[in-house]
Unconditional design. Structure first.
Length: 453
C-alpha cells in the first residue's frame, strides 16, 4: 500500500516538474521576444501610391517679330487714334502731331475738363473695371497688365476724339502720321526691333537690363524720334533656352504643342533647335495670336507633353540587389522554371537535384535570378548539351528594387524606374508592387529578409 502511494506521488512530481519546465521555457521565450523587440530599432514604413507626373516643359520665351518703327517728321505733342493690337491698312492715319501745343493747351485750360466726357464715356470705363473685378484671381495676376492696356486704350480712344474735336473747334491743324504698310500697331520700343537671332545668348533674357519705353499720347515728340511701331507680318518667333534633356523629350516630333502665358487655349507649331553663343535654344515659329501678345516681349512658354503614370516611391527606399545572369538554355521544364544543379553532398560526393530559383525577369538571352538559392560549390548542368557552368563563374548584375514590408519581413521586390522627380521615383505599375503596398522607407536601415515586426 505504501509503495503504491509513493509511486503516485512520484508520478505527480514528474508531471509537476514537466509542466514547470515547459512554463519556464515559454516564459524565457516570451522574455527573449520582448527584449529583442524592445532593442530593435523601429523601421518606418511607407505606403505606395499611384501618381501622375506632369512632363510639360516651361520656358521663358523671347518674342521676336518683324517690327517697323515709324518716326515723326515734326516735333510736337503726339495724339494716337488706334488701340494697341489693332490692325490698320496701308497709309492709314494712326496718330497726329500737334506742333504748336495749342490743342493740348486748349484742353488743359478748359474750365471743366470732366465735362468733355459724356456719361456714356464714363460708363464704358466703369464697365471695363467691373469686368476685371469680377474675373480677378490671385493666380492670374498677370491679367492686371491686360486690364491696364484695355483701360489705357479706352482712354486713348476718348482722348483722341476730344483732341480732334478741340482742334476742329479751335481752327487748328494737326500733322498726320500714316503707316507705310498694313499691320498691327504697338506703342513701345525696347531695342529688340532689329534683334538678330543668330546672336542670341543668355544676355537676351536678362530682364534686369531690359529697357522698355512706352509711347504715350500727349507726350512731346522730337522730329526724327519714333512715334509708333507697326508689325506687318502675322508670323512671329519665340526663342527660349533649352537643355539637352528637354530636347530629347521633343526630338521625335517636328511640332510642339504650346500654351503661352498660361492661357486656356493651346496651339501646335513647328520648331527647330539653334545654337547660340552659350548654349542651345528652341525657335518656335507661330502663325497666329501675334496681336494677342503684341505688347509682350517675354512670354511664359509651356510645351505640353504626355503625362507619365505609375507608382510613387521615395528615393530612400531604393536598393540595389546583386543577381545572377543565367543563360536561358540551362532552364528545363514546360515552363522553363527549374535548373539541374550538381551540388556537394554532406558525404563529399556530388549529386544532382532540381532547383526552382526565384527569377526576377528574363530577356532574349538571360534569366535574372536570386543568388540565395545556390551555394558557391554548385554547378549548373545542361543535360541536353552536356555543358556546365560553375556558380562561382556566373555573370552577375544588379537590379533596382525596394523592400516590401507586407508580411513583416524585408522582402526584395524588383521595380522598373520611369523617372526620378526630386525626392521621389516614379516606377512602372503592374510589376511586383501594387498601390497601398507597404515598403521600407529607408532601405539602408535594414537587410534583406530582416524581421520588421
Amino acid at each position: 500500500m505504501s509503495n503504491r502511494k509513493i509511486l503516485q506521488m512520484n508520478r505527480r512530481n514528474i508531471g509537476f516538474n514537466a509542466a514547470t519546465f515547459m512554463a519556464g521555457v515559454i516564459l524565457i521565450y516570451v522574455l527573449v521576444v520582448v527584449i529583442s523587440a524592445a532593442r530593435r530599432k523601429p523601421v518606418t514604413i511607407y505606403q505606395v501610391s499611384k501618381s501622375d507626373v506632369n512632363n510639360n516643359i516651361v520656358l521663358t520665351g523671347l518674342a521676336i517679330r518683324e517690327e517697323t518703327l515709324i518716326s515723326s517728321t515734326k516735333a510736337g505733342y503726339s495724339c494716337y487714334y488706334i488701340r494697341e493690337g489693332e490692325k490698320v491698312k496701308k497709309n492709314s492715319v494712326v496718330c497726329t502731331v500737334d506742333s504748336t501745343g495749342k490743342v493740348y493747351s486748349a484742353i488743359e485750360d478748359a474750365e471743366a475738363y470732366d465735362n468733355l466726357l459724356t456719361k456714356e464715356d464714363y460708363q464704358d470705363i466703369r464697365n471695363l473695371i467691373s469686368l476685371y473685378k469680377s474675373s480677378y484671381k490671385d493666380v492670374d495676376f498677370y491679367d492686371v497688365y491686360t486690364f491696364e492696356t484695355n483701360v489705357d486704350s479706352k482712354v486713348l480712344e476718348l482722348t483722341s476724339e476730344l483732341l480732334m474735336q478741340q482742334a476742329t473747334d479751335s481752327g487748328l491743324s494737326l500733322a498726320s502720321v500714316t503707316t507705310p504698310k498694313s499691320g498691327v500697331v504697338a506703342y513701345y520700343t525696347d531695342g529688340f526691333e532689329t534683334f538678330d537671332p543668330t546672336k542670341i545668348s543668355a544676355a537676351s533674357f536678362d530682364r534686369s537690363k531690359y529697357n522698355r519705353k512706352t509711347l504715350n499720347s500727349g507726350e512731346m515728340i522730337q522730329a526724327g524720334a519714333t512715334i509708333i511701331k507697326v508689325v506687318p507680318n502675322e508670323t512671329w518667333h519665340i526663342y527660349a533656352p533649352i537643355t539637352q534633356d528637354q530636347i530629347n523629350e521633343i526630338s521625335e516630333d517636328e511640332y510642339v504643342t504650346i500654351r503661352l502665358n498660361a492661357e486656356s487655349y493651346t496651339t501646335t507649331m513647328p520648331y527647330q533647335i539653334i545654337n547660340g553663343s552659350d548654349g542651345q535654344y528652341i525657335d518656335i515659329t507661330i502663325s497666329k495670336f501675334m496681336n494677342n501678345f503684341i505688347s509682350e516681349r517675354y512670354l511664359s512658354v509651356e510645351i505640353l507633353l504626355a503625362d507619365d503614370t505609375g507608382l510613387k516611391v521615395p528615393n530612400s527606399s531604393l536598393v540595389d540587389k546583386d543577381i545572377y545572369k543565367i543563360p536561358l538554355e540551362y532552364f528545363k521544364g514546360e515552363d522553363h522554371d527549374f535548373l539541374i544543379v550538381n551540388y556537394l553532398a554532406e558525404d563529399d560526393s556530388r549529386k544532382d537535384k532540381e532547383v526552382f530559383p526565384t527569377v526576377y525577369k528574363t530577356d532574349d538571352k538571360y534569366a535574372y535570378v536570386d543568388p540565395g538559392t545556390f551555394e558557391g560549390t554548385d554547378v549548373i548542368k545542361n543535360i541536353d548539351t552536356g555543358n556546365t557552368i560553375a556558380v562561382s563563374l556566373i555573370e552577375t548584375d544588379k537590379l533596382k528594387g525596394v523592400y516590401s514590408a507586407n508580411r513583416g519581413a524585408a522582402e526584395f521586390r524588383m521595380i522598373e524606374i520611369v523617372k526620378t522627380i526630386d525626392e521621389f521615383t516614379l516606377i512602372e505599375s503592374g510589376g511586383e508592387l501594387s498601390p497601398y503596398d507597404n515598403i521600407v522607407l529607408d532601405s539602408s536601415k535594414v537587410t534583406e529578409n530582416q524581421v520588421l515586426y
